[in-house]
Design a protein around this ligand. Structure first.
Ligand code: NPW
Ligand code: K
Length: 475
């Protein structure tokens, strides 16, 4: 499990740790880890040209001390001072090691092999200040590798929002713990490859993080395993209510996902039964309405539904319900809150914006806030699809889950339908809504990567790749 903590939590843990250590020890640990990561990136430190962009705080201190370490190993290090003041100890160490303050920032940046971004870290507020913007652009425009110290300067550590300009790094070396912005877009995209340096914070961090990202082993523990005595009903039947005369394909794709999700049987309910059977003869089909279709252990409703009714009826059932796509339109918070069984909503940013009554861009810019707000408002588990898929539980004291397997190739028509069927199937197999949602997102992203291998994929390719992704996860 990868975890991320908010700034105030990191600061409290740092304070507790610092109280037991000599002055400056923590910054030296950070600088040593940072210099080591830079040496790995550079390959050869001796003779390398390094530029340190230093702001006025401790983030600049880390960068200057790391610069001093690299200078002692033979790198040519120049500092560009961007704040009203510079970290005194760090600047003195750099100068002692043979580094110098640049007369012309643009000249040194043009020849740099590596740029250390130490403008701001967890103390930064808002985007870059005007004096930093041209310097950062010059760094980005050069051939140098840009390494962000702790966080790319200009991104919001706690939310992943980017208000204004920020550093686009090739890599970020972060200290003690991941911060939410390193895992959530848009900030995540600015961070490049993230490396965590252990500075001994672990024992001082609380057990419940702000965010968690499941890894293979975590997902493997969640996936259902059939027992010897299992039959198809004990493994769970998932009811898929999807598709319409206009969009029969959505039904086929949702069923394709559901068949790969671990339920023992898939019951399709709706007008696209023929299309579903033609592709998947193992499906049980029923024209509807859902209440007459027979018993299921979970419903997945919404993909390609158009105006077909059925959402209200399904929400009245006493089994877990996943609502997606067209099912989310006009969704009544009171009806969802009144349910006794779990509800899982799976909007993309546009649907989430409609549910919240805000603009789509607002959701994209503040994904973490949006997913939490929806979960609270509807009393439901919410999976917010997108570049970084997030899963929030209605119990606000649980960490939000962030899916690490996503890929841009998933932004293709019908891939959400596959995800709905898959997550619905995991619900029917008995997973809690939060686990079903996060395991489904994980497998779905992995399947897309396996299917794509660098080339475009169609939604049905993703469905076909799910068994391979599942095998990969259970190892
Ligand atoms: N604590 C620890 O034990 C350890 C901490 N460590 C390190 O310390 C970092 C946190 O250091 P920090 O608290 O000094 O904050 P930091 O991010 O350097 O910025 C502070 C100053 O920047 C300014 N400023 C604000 N916004 C700005 C903007 N948009 N653009 C430009 N400038 C802006 C503002 O000053 P102002 O100019 O307003 O006077 C503010 O005071 C942390 O990320 C990690 O790297 C590690 O060494 C491990 C041990
Ligand atoms: K930084």
């Amino acid at each position: 499990m990868r975890t991320a903590y908010r700034v105030e939590t990191v600061r409290a843990a740092e304070a507790a740790l610092m109280a037991r250590l000599p002055d400056g020890a923590l910054m030296q640990r950070a600088a040593a880890g940072l210099a080591g990561a830079c040496a790995t990136i550079l390959g050869r430190v001796y003779g390398a040209r390094v530029v340190v962009l230093a702001g006025s705080g401790d983030n600049g201190g880390d960068a200057l001390y790391a610069g001093a370490r690299l200078a002692r190993r033979g790198a040519g290090v120049s500092a560009v001072l961007l704040g009203a003041r510079a970290h005194e100890g760090g600047l003195a160490a750099l100068t002692r090691a043979g580094g110098r303050v640049a007369d012309d920032p643009f000249a040194v940046l043009a020849r740099a092999d590596l740029v250390l971004d130490g403008i701001t870290g967890i103390g930064g507020r808002g985007g870059l200040r005007p004096d930093a913007v041209p310097v950062v652009r010059a760094a980005r425009g050069s051939d140098a590798v840009v390494v962000a110290v702790d966080l790319p300067s200009g991104v919001a550590a706690d939310t992943g929002a980017v208000d204004g300009e920020a550093v686009r790094a090739d890599a970020t070396v972060t200290f003690g713990a991941y911060k939410p912005g390193l895992l959530v877009d848009p900030a995540r995209e600015y961070a490049g490859a993230v490396r965590l340096v252990d500075i001994g914070l672990g024992p001082h961090l609380p057990s419940v993080p702000e965010l968690e990202a499941l890894q293979h082993a975590d997902v493997a523990r969640l996936l259902p395993v059939p027992r010897v005595e299992s039959d198809k009903y004990r493994r769970g039947v998932v009811g898929v209510v999807a598709g319409s005369a206009r969009y029969p394909g959505a039904a086929v794709l949702a069923v394709a996902g559901a068949l790969r999700g671990g339920a023992g049987a898939v019951r399709y309910v709706g007008p696209a039964g023929q299309a579903v059977l033609a592709r998947y003869p193992e499906t049980l089909v029923h024209a509807g309405p859902p209440g007459r279709a027979g018993r299921v252990q979970a419903w997945a409703i919404g993909p390609g539904l158009g105006d077909t009714p059925g959402v209200d009826e399904v929400l009245e059932s006493d089994v877990p319900v996943l609502v997606d796509a067209d099912g989310l339109r006009l969704l009544d918070p009171a009806a969802v809150r009144a349910r006794t069984a779990p509800t899982l909503l799976t909007p993309h940013a546009g649907e989430a914006a409609a549910l919240l009554g805000v603009a789509r861009d607002d959701v994209e810019a503040r994904r973490l806030d949006a997913v939490r707000e929806l979960a609270a408002r509807y009393g439901a588990t919410v999976l917010l699809k997108g570049s970084t898929t997030l899963v929030a539980d209605p119990r606000g004291d649980l960490p939000v889950r962030v899916n690490p397997t996503g890929t841009g190739w998933l932004a293709t028509a019908g891939s959400g339908d596959v995800l709905s069927g898959l997550a619905g199937s995991l619900l029917a197999a008995g997973l809690a809504a939060r686990d079903a949602a996060s395991a489904a997102a994980y497998l779905h992203g992995l399947a897309a990567r396996r299917a794509a291998r660098g080339a475009p994929v169609a939604a049905h390719d993703v469905a076909d790749a799910l068994p391979g992704a599942w095998r990969d996860v259970i190892g």
